[in-house]
Structure formats: structure tokens, C-alpha cells
Design a protein around this ligand. Structure first.
Ligand SMILES: Cc1ncc(COP(=O)(O)O)c(C=O)c1O
Length: 414
């Protein structure tokens, strides 16, 4: 990439051609079946422009457009583009297994475009391959199906497949891919779509010339040339995901099984104040997805340790362990202690551990002092009430007049 700086004064056509060749080879399609985009976000926008708008019954715009049908929740960028285009947007809830409800989506389609995000953002769930094949086979020709495979590389379920091999049979099928995820190029902006030639030409007519810059093109080619890039990315992601989900399980947080590079966690209470509280502790988590107001999306990455340090402050870590001397030494108790980093403590030193965690989580010194100010007996009594919190959420803690640790479970349950 540093060599490519000296190319920056040139238009990027030649490099775009080279990348198109690589992408076509990689996916076993012709080069006229590939359209590059300024990120796959541009591809989504172009598809909304080309295929959504007022339906033929209420035709105010060009022919061949119609309703936009999406899952709820899903990656929402395309909805706004369709709305701007004057299209009706129909949202269809995910199934109880967090898959796209394809029969309902097909029934809601009216020409236009069905958008299927697989694996889905924000749920990291997949839509089973047989169901998707069925939808593609049955969709009327005047309804386009756009399958967004941004997270394709992370999915390892036997129930998952890319639908690129189906494109040869369906002129109304488009698949979007991106270099932003496994290739780590989100800031450089490069994505693409694959479809039959006529479909690509229809989409291209809405695109600005040379929309992908030369640095992104060079980086994308370098990524494809690196034989280890995808394998390493997948391995790192799955190892870290296994670690993260293990830790979350141990803390009692349920998650939607993830087939992507993020995890959707059920926080069991509104997530908006939590997002804010995490941000204040320098942990950036996903935004609110209104269809799942208690779920928090967490991207798997290097800052995981910071997150795991903060996470204990948001849950009741010792929910139902009764105070008996046997329980203090139970495997469950020790496991939870390990999760919170208070290895092997007895209840007598529990308040010290609490103070330590308060400090580690960046709470003001006075919180640690206050924790130490509680007598062992008070801690025992609180603990005996059945639930206890290692580090209470700061705002809630400050909001209590009494400022007693024992109040925390009640506050957290609100
Ligand atoms: C499902 C999905 N599609 C597309 C995009 C856009 O990606 P790009 O960076 O390629 O524009 C994202 C970004 O987060 C995404 O999650």
C-alpha cells in the first residue's frame, strides 16, 4: 500500500479492472458480472435506487421498481435509501430462531426488492440455506432479491451457504460482499456485488464513475493476494468469540448464537443507558436496534478485555447462591470469582475484592473506600439476601440516597 501512494494522482480505471478480474476469478463468474462499490454500502444504495420506488399500480417514477421488504431488525442503511426513492418499506419480524421469515417476506413483496442480510446484522444469526434457495426459486422475476453477505466469511454452520452459485440461474438475484469485515478495510471503502450481466448494467447506470479510490483498490488486491488473510481472520474471530461467549455464559448473559464477528447479548433491561455507561468507560458497543431494545451488540475485537472488566458492573453476578460455608467454596462460586477477577476470595475479603474491582473499573476512589467501609458482617448480610453485585452501575449507585451495596440487586432489577 505504501508503494501505491505514488499512484494517487491517477484515475483508478486500470486498478479497478485488475480487482474486477480477481473478484470474478475468486467467485467463479465473468468479469461483466462484477460491480465494485465505494464499500458495499454504495452497492446497497444503488440497488435501492435501481429497484425500489412507487409500485406499478401507483407509478410515478421509472418502471421496474417497487416495495422494499426487509427483516426487522436488520442492517438499516438500505431502508433510508428506499424511502428517499418513494418506496413503501415493509419490515417483517425475524422468526423466533432469529432467521428471516422468508414466506412472509415473499408475501409482502410487490415488484421492488427483497433485502436479505445473511448472516444478519445485528443478530449475527443465519437464515437456513434450504429456505433461502426456496425463496430465490419462487420469487417472481420482477422482484429482485439482494442477499447481503457482508459477514459470509465468519459463518461456519452447515446450514449456511453463499448464494453466489445460484446467480447463473436467476437474473433477479444479486449478492453483495465487502472488504470491510474479514479484510479489515472498513475505512478504505471497497465492496462489490455479483449478478447477471444485464442486472449489473441496470445497477451500474446509477453509479458515479470511478467511485472506488485507488488506495482501496490496491489494498483489496493485496488482501486477496494474501493467502492467510481469511483463514487467520476466521481463526482469530472464532477463538475470541469462544472466549467471549464462555465469559458471558459464566456471567449469566444469554446471547443469540453468533455466526458473525459480533454477538448480540440479552441484557435483560433497556440497553440505551448501558450503551451510554459503557461509552463513559471507553467501551464502544453497538447502537440501539429498536426491535430488540434489551439486546446489546458487541463486536469481537482487541478491546475485549476492557469490556470484560466493565461487564460485571452491569449484572447481578451472584444471583442465587445462598450463604452456606459449602457454597463459598462451590465450583460455581469459584468460577464466578474467576470471571470477575476476584480469584479465590473468601467472603471476609469480599469487600476488598469489591473495592479492587471498583478501582479496576475506573470508579472514583471514594467508591472503593466506601466498599471497604462496609463491615464484613454487612457484606455477609447482604450476600445472605440471595443476590449481590460486584460493581454497581455508577449512575444507579450515585442515585441511591442510602448508598448501600445491598440496594444494588433491587436497582438493577428495575
Ligand atoms: C450487513 C452489512 N452490509 C453492508 C455494510 C456496509 O459495509 P461497507 O463498509 O462495505 O459499506 C455493513 C456495515 O456494517 C453491514 O453490516
Amino acid at each position: 500500500m505504501s508503494d501505491a501512494f505514488k499512484l494517487a494522482w491517477r484515475y483508478p480505471d486500470d486498478h479497478a479492472d485488475l480487482l474486477i478480474d480477481c473478484v470474478a476469478r475468486l467467485n467463479g463468474v465473468g468479469r461483466d458480472q462484477v460491480l465494485l462499490g465505494d464499500g458495499s454500502g454504495e452497492i446497497l444504495k444503488l440497488c435501492a435506487e435501481a429497484f425500489t420506488g412507487p409500485t406499478s399500480a401507483d407509478r410515478r417514477g421509472p418502471a421496474g421498481r417497487g416495495t422494499m421488504v426487509v427483516a426487522d431488525p436488520t442492517f438499516e442503511a438500505i431502508l433510508d435509501h428506499a424511502r428517499v426513492n418513494g418506496a413503501e418499506v415493509v419490515k417483517v419480524s425475524l422468526t423466533s430462531a432469529f432467521a428471516h421469515d422468508l414466506p412472509k417476506m415473499a408475501a409482502a413483496a410487490n415488484e421492488g426488492l427483497i433485502y436479505i442480510c445473511n448472516p444478519n446484522n445485528p443478530t449475527a444469526s443465519i437464515t437456513p440455506k434450504n429456505e433461502l434457495r426456496d425463496l430465490i426459486a419462487k420469487a417472481p422475476r420482477q422482484t429482485m432479491t439482494l442477499v447481503d453477505e457482508a459477514y459470509y466469511h465468519y459463518a461456519d454452520s452447515p446450514d449456511y451457504e453463499s448464494v453466489i452459485p445460484l446467480i447463473k440461474d436467476y437474473p433477479n438475484l444479486i449478492v453483495a460482499r465487502t472488504f470491510s469485515k474479514i479484510y479489515g478495510m472498513a475505512g478504505l471503502r471497497c465492496g462489490y456485488c455479483i449478478a447477471q450481466r444485464e442486472t449489473i448494467e441496470r445497477i451500474r447506470s446509477y453509479q458515479a464513475w470511478d467511485s472506488v479510490n485507488i488506495m482501496a483498490l490496491v489494498a483489496a488486491m493485496a488482501s486477496l493476494d494474501d493467502a492467510d488473510q481469511v483463514a487467520n481472520g476466521r481463526r482469530l474471530n472464532s477463538e475470541t468469540k469462544a472466549f467471549l461467549t464462555g465469559q458471558l455464559d459464566a456471567m449469566g448473559y444469554e446471547q443469540i448464537p453468533s455466526q458473525a464477528n459480533f454477538v448480540m447479548i440479552d441484557m435483560k433491561r433497556p440497553v440505551v443507558p448501558l450503551i451510554k455507561a459503557f461509552k463513559e468507560r471507553n467501551v464502544q458497543v453497538g447502537r440501539l436496534f429498536p426491535a430488540l431494545p434489551n439486546h446489546m451488540r458487541l463486536t469481537i475485537g482487541k478491546k475485549l478485555r476492557a469490556l470484560l472488566n466493565v461487564l460485571p458492573s452491569f449484572g447481578d453476578l451472584f444471583p442465587n447462591i445462598k450463604r452456606t460455608s459449602a457454597n463459598h467454596r462451590s465450583a460455581e462460586f469459584r468460577r464466578r470469582c474467576r470471571v470477575t477477577g476476584i480469584n479465590g476470595v473468601s467472603l471476609h475479603s469480599y469487600r476488598h475484592a469489591w473495592a479492587h474491582r471498583a478501582k479496576a473499573c475506573g470508579y472514583p476512589q471514594r467508591f472503593a473506600q466506601e466498599a471497604l467501609g462496609h463491615s464484613s458482617r454487612a457484606v455477609h448480610e447482604a450476600y445472605a439476601k440471595g443476590a449481590f453485585v460486584v460493581c454497581p452501575a455508577l449512575d444507579e449507585y450515585e442515585a441511591t440516597a442510602a448508598r448501600k451495596i445491598v440496594n444494588m440487586p433491587r436497582l438493577l432489577a428495575r
